[in-house]
Ligand binder design. Structure first.
Ligand SMILES: C[S@@+](CC[C@H](N)C(=O)[O-])C[C@H]1O[C@@H](n2cnc3c(N)ncnc32)[C@H](O)[C@@H]1O
Length: 242
């Protein structure tokens, strides 16, 4: 893919790649627009994630038995259902649950971003936008937007950002967002929406902009770079240059 994009540059930042072509297709070249960066601290390239689903699933049956024995009033189940709907609403349609990128991964994302020069970043499905706050602190020249369709996380984020100059969070569906407005698009979703999201990104994103997916790949389309965090989750950042 790199060789098909000879000298991509950052729209809006005035920076360009060093133009060494496909041969110098290393991360240093890939991120050269933002200076002499190496693989972020705590990452190894192309590592494997550990499986953290099994312990969670193993807790399901014991939890049901415990709840049954404790004989809670029905209203508690209704309240729990409403609370879960307010947080996990997007599961129903997009099959994307609510869980958060950890701070170490956000710091690694911030390493990829420019420290100077204006740029626009969007987090598709931003939760309550905690990551946007981390990035905005690290990269003061950026404009950070989050789009979220779950009511409760949106409300929490909106309240915390309402006086912030370079961070915003919008209630809505990211499928309606024009990705052509952004220099960096970040997504931490699930395998389900990735093929459709990639088609949207490919159709709308500007040449030279970055599409970053935390953990979830695009079928049959390897990223230009894979960075794996050396923590218990071994989170992967998959990076495509458009
Ligand atoms: C795995 S969480 C990631 C949260 C945040 N981006 C992070 O990395 O910490 C995915 C989020 O996407 C939201 N979401 C799923 N589908 C969406 C849609 N179509 N429009 C807006 N948000 C959506 C979910 O509600 C959830 O908060």
């Amino acid at each position: 893919m790199w060789s098909q994009v000879p000298t991509p540059g950052w729209v809006g930042t005035g920076r360009t790649q060093d133009g060494r072509g496909a041969e110098g297709n290393t991360r240093r070249q890939f991120f050269a627009p933002f200076g002499d960066l190496d693989v972020p601290k705590g990452f190894v390239k192309n590592g494997d994630a550990i499986d953290w689903w099994l312990p969670i699933q193993a807790l399901f049956v014991p939890s049901i038995i415990l709840a049954w024995r404790l004989d809670f009033p029905p209203s508690l189940y209704l309240a729990a259902f409403v609370l879960l709907w307010l947080v996990f609403r997007s599961n129903l349609r997009d099959r994307v649950p609510f869980y958060l990128t950890n701070r170490g991964t956000w710091l690694a994302v911030s390493e990829i971003l420019p420290r100077h020069g204006a740029f626009k970043f969007v987090d598709l499905g931003c939760g309550w936008g905690g990551g946007l706050a981390v990035l905005a602190k690290q990269c003061k020249s950026g404009e950070f937007l989050g789009v979220e369709s779950a009511p409760l996380p949106f409300l929490l984020g909106w309240l915390s950002f309402r006086r912030d100059a370079n961070c915003r969070i919008r209630f809505g569906d990211f499928w309606n967002e024009d990705l052509g407005c952004y220099d960096v698009v970040y997504a931490f979703l699930s395998p389900a929406p990735m093929p459709r999201l990639w088609r949207k990104a490919r159709n709308e994103m500007k040449p030279g902009s970055l599409f970053i997916s935390n953990t979830f790949g695009v079928p049959d389309l390897p990223p230009n770079e894979t960075l794996t965090l050396q923590d218990v989750r071994a989170a992967k950042l998959l990076v495509w240059r458009m």
